[in-house]
Design a protein around this ligand. Structure first.
Ligand code: COA
Length: 261
């Protein structure tokens, strides 16, 4: 079991060819801080390099997959370029050669949803809730989601999820293509693991080749989109709307955007 670099907030274990990476910061609903992004990037890169790893599996805790980027970090340690831990993570997950399986239970917010767009198989517990509140926070979507979501579900449905930023359930996530399969809450991990084992038993080089071919026509534009969204996201973090939204979260009140045009 690894996890020292992030103080135990990202744990990993390799068993039967499956590198399971667990988000584990329950007191902050698994909000991803700098150390966790760094640890996730390293685990993904290690998994991709290590011949003993055939499948990478991302899991959270029963009540929370992740509440997204740590909002306190947005105020005190915002990303400031391509070497920032968040961009290292996005680069690692969007360029991984090996298949990635995710098991989502509880809340998946912000990057907790957009990271799923880079996975091959996504399982959700029936009670899982998803939300991409980037615009609600005065920010812009990230992780290549402005390219991947409309490609997956069409412009209008992507716009609805991104511009209104409302929570939606597992059934909606499956219907729009973010989730492959919904499992009864208690069966999520066993189902995801069984499918990961099935994937691990496939010929690994053929799996890697098929994954690369599936992404071939958008691999380059995806990297450009991630970079452009990232540049605009960093700009938006300095906007008065984002400042108001982040202050409101810390003060546990609703943000008031009425004075911004
Ligand atoms: N960043 C930093 N801290 C977070 C967090 C985040 N994204 N999400 C939750 N937390 C913290 C809370 O501040 C709280 O900390 P405290 O106990 O020290 O005050 C703790 O985690 C528990 O969260 P709480 O809000 O009390 O739980 P909840 O069940 O009522 O609500 C959420 C959970 C996830 C719906 C709510 O916390 C939330 O909306 N978080 C922000 C999500 C977000 O906007 N993510 C970024 C998208 S870009």
């Amino acid at each position: 079991m690894h996890g020292e670099a992030s103080g135990g907030a990202v744990l990993s274990v390799l068993e039967e060819g499956i590198l399971t990476v667990r988000l584990n910061r329950p007191e902050k609903k698994n909000a991803l801080n700098l150390a966790m992004y760094g640890a996730l990037a390293e685990e993904l890169q290690r998994g991709d390099r290590d011949d003993g790893v055939r499948v990478i599996m991302l899991v959270g805790n029963p009540d929370c997959f992740t509440s997204g980027n740590d909002l306190a970090d947005f105020l005190t340690a915002p990303p400031n370029g391509g070497d920032s831990p968040v961009f290292r993570f996005l680069n690692a997950i969007s360029t991984a050669r090996k298949p990635i399986v995710a098991a989502v239970s509880g809340l998946a917010v912000g990057v907790g949803v957009t990271m799923l767009l880079h996975c091959e198989l996504v399982f959700a517990a029936a009670g899982a809730t998803f939300q991409m509140p980037f615009v609600n926070l005065g920010l812009c979507p990230e992780a290549g989601s402005t390219l991947l979501l409309p490609r997956m579900m069409g412009h209008q449905r992507a716009a609805e999820l991104l511009l209104l930023g409302e929570p939606f359930g597992a059934e909606r996530a499956r219907e729009v293509g973010i989730v492959n399969q919904i499992c009864p809450d208690g069966e999520l991990l066993a189902t995801a693991r069984a499918r990961a084992l099935q994937l691990a038993a496939q010929p690994a080089a053929a799996v890697r080749l098929a994954k690369a071919l599936l992404k071939r026509d958008y691999a380059a534009p995806l990297q450009e989109t991630i970079a452009e969204e990232g540049r605009l996201f960093m700009e938006r973090l300095k906007s008065p709307e984002a400042a108001e939204a982040l202050r409101a979260f810390m003060e546990r009140r609703k943000p008031d955007f009425s004075r911004f045009s």
